[in-house]
Design a binder for this molecule. Structure first.
Ligand code: FAD
Length: 542
């Protein structure tokens, strides 16, 4: 019997999974180079890390539980889920079952790199390797270098090289009836000294170990079935390998994909892939996405644009790995002397969606009430925090990390730095978004703000099932042309919200002056705030 451990972290899938293939290979061939173990077993484990759990907001947590439940189903209920310090858990587990190796997908955040080193040290004492195979990116961070061996600081130059490199296709791995099947090539075979790999790859198999056979972990074991009731069935939390594939297909064959190039900025439309949460938890890998994208019948512009967005994710992953200090420090050292404010009260108003700017408030409600926010809205609220309220980008980044269901450390920290003007390639600090104009341009019928801003919603919404209610003046809903809101508020899952069509002039007015007695006055005046931002920007060099 030869057993290896597969430690799942941000890779909650079984298809296109190099570490799964590596675990099966070690189980089958690990202790007998060029030979085969009669009974090869892989124990899949996920560990809730108590040091990280408090950082997860409820939506993130729900998505994770949902992703684990889905993964467990695919693994025929054989996923061991623990709540323990991962260093202790992994080394104890390896010892208890007499594992020959521990396998994990590499992860390039500073926290993960440090954690892996600590696990490596602990396993070293048992003479066991922690084998890192694959990672969440198409091209591993640190691979694309400039001529002098450094990392790229500018996206366009990075993406040129990224597009020019061969893009690896998905790795054939699957789990069926409790058995792992994979086809491996030279790189994985090499890790256990297998010499002969046929041209088409070598087939490896292993069975999944039943975790109920293992004793000594009862008090740390999490029962996923008991978490079921807590998970709302809404798209932001409903993640898993199957759901990711379904959503990808929907996107690539539907209007969102076809019109991606033009609609991706529209906050009022369902115009993006909404795959970020799946990517964050690794229920799908960019290899699979790009392979499907290449096969899809999309206009060239849409297809290129979509691949470019994936490349942004790769760029930020690469940058953070090469410059880990950029996680919390300004990339642009010129901001070391910037005079940020320290106003907790204003920050609270921003968090609660009470700034008096309809689009900012709607976006913050979308975040807190659904765990997701449209990309354009992320830019608007991040710009507002750093340039209107003059608060440090790190405050906003932390709040996002807690609430965003798709929180990815590299994309988040650098998305913030980009918007704040302190980061790579940054939109310059002196370019201050006008929230009114952003709203009018990217939400021209005020659909987004009416859907997400509760102060406006109470007047302007009605549900599909409600009886006729055209009593409020100006709120008639045309029967023939209603707008279906792109992101129904998840707490009202199943209910469709229909909104009256508004002409651009009325919508613009709604963006600027909601005209409701209880709507808060703007927390800062746009013009004055802009001037103050520019003054501080220039003062930093004095
Ligand atoms: P699509 O438009 O369908 O894009 C496809 C994929 O490309 C996304 O799923 C994502 O993986 C990637 N992508 C798209 N835009 C970007 C971008 N600007 N930077 C990096 N990757 C991108 N994205 C995260 O995944 N996690 C975060 O924590 C995160 N925080 C952000 C914070 C700020 C302040 C800003 C401005 C952006 C942030 N983004 C983050 C990027 C972007 O907003 C989201 O990736 C996007 O909204 C996800 O929706 P989607 O999957 O429908 O995107």
């Amino acid at each position: 019997m030869s057993t290896s451990i597969l430690w799942f972290r941000r890779d909650l899938r079984t298809g296109d999974h190099p570490a799964l293939a590596a675990a099966a290979t070690w189980a089958q061939h690990g202790s007998t180079p060029n030979g085969q173990n009669e009974q090869a077993e892989v124990l899949p484990v996920f560990i809730f890390d108590p040091a990280q759990c408090h950082l997860h907001g409820r939506w993130r947590y729900h998505a994770l539980i949902n992703g684990l439940q889905e993964l467990n189903r695919t693994l025929d209920g054989r996923l061991l889920v623990l709540w323990e310090d991962p260093v202790t858990a992994i080394s104890r587990l390896a010892k208890t079952i007499g594992a020959n190796s521990v396998h994990v997908t590499d992860d390039y955040t500073p926290y993960a790199q440090d954690l892996y080193e600590r696990v490596e040290d602990a396993l070293d004492q048992q003479n066991l390797p922690l084998v890192r195979t694959g990672d969440p990116y198409l091209i591993p961070p640190g691979t694309i270098t400039t001529q002098d061996g450094g990392n790229y600081k500018v996206f366009t130059a990075f993406s040129k090289r990224w597009f020019a490199l061969p893009h690896p296709g998905p790795m054939p791995t699957k789990v069926r009836n409790g058995k792992i099947e994979a086809k491996i090539g030279r790189s994985i075979a090499k890790t256990v000294d297998i010499d002969q790999v046929p041209a088409g790859g070598l087939k490896v198999t292993a069975i999944l170990k039943d975790p109920s056979e293992i004793s000594g972990f009862e008090s740390q074991t999490v029962n996923l079935d008991k978490c079921t009731g807590a998970v709302p069935e809404v798209w932001t939390t409903h993640i898993g390998e199957k759901q990711a594939k379904v959503r990808l297909e929907e996107f690539l064959t539907g209007p969102a994909g076809v019109n991606y190039d033009t609609d991706r900025d529209r906050m009022d439309r369902d115009g993006t892939s909404r795959l970020s949460t799946q990517l964050a938890y690794g229920t799908i890998h960019p290899r699979t996405i790009l392979a499907e994208l290449a096969q899809a019948d999309l206009p060239e512009k849409a297809s290129e644009r979509y691949a470019t967005e994936i490349a942004w994710r790769e760029f930020y992953g690469d940058f953070l790995y090469c410059q880990p200090d950029s996680a919390w420090e300004n990339v642009n050292p010129g901001f070391a002397r910037f005079d940020w404010d320290d106003d907790q009260e204003k920050f609270e108003k921003w968090c609660q969606g009470q700034t008096g700017y309809p689009v900012v408030d709607a976006a913050m409600h979308q975040l807190v009430e659904s765990g997701w926010m449209h990309n354009r809205a992320r830019m608007v609220v991040a710009s507002f925090l750093t340039k209107h309220l003059l608060l440090p980008w790190q405050w906003g980044a932390k709040f996002f990390l807690h609430h965003l269901v798709d929180a990815e450390f590299a994309s988040n920290q650098h998305g913030w730095q980009w918007t704040a003007g302190t980061g790579t390639d940054a939109s310059p600090y002196f370019r201050v978004f006008n929230p009114y104009l952003q709203g009018a341009k990217f939400d021209p019928e005020a659909i987004y703000i009416r859907a997400w801003n509760p102060a406006l919603q109470s007047l302007l919404e009605r549900s599909e099932n409600e009886s006729e209610s055209k009593t409020l003046p100006g709120l008639e809903i045309p029967e023939n042309k209603p707008h279906k809101v792109a992101y129904p508020r998840p707490l009202k899952a199943g209910k469709t919200i229909w909104l009256k069509e508004l002409d651009a002039k009325t919508a613009k007015k709604l963006h600027e002056k909601p005209g409701q007695a209880d709507y808060p006055e703007p927390i800062v005046d746009h013009k004055t705030a802009r001037e103050e931002a520019l003054r501080r920007y220039h003062a930093r060099n004095d």
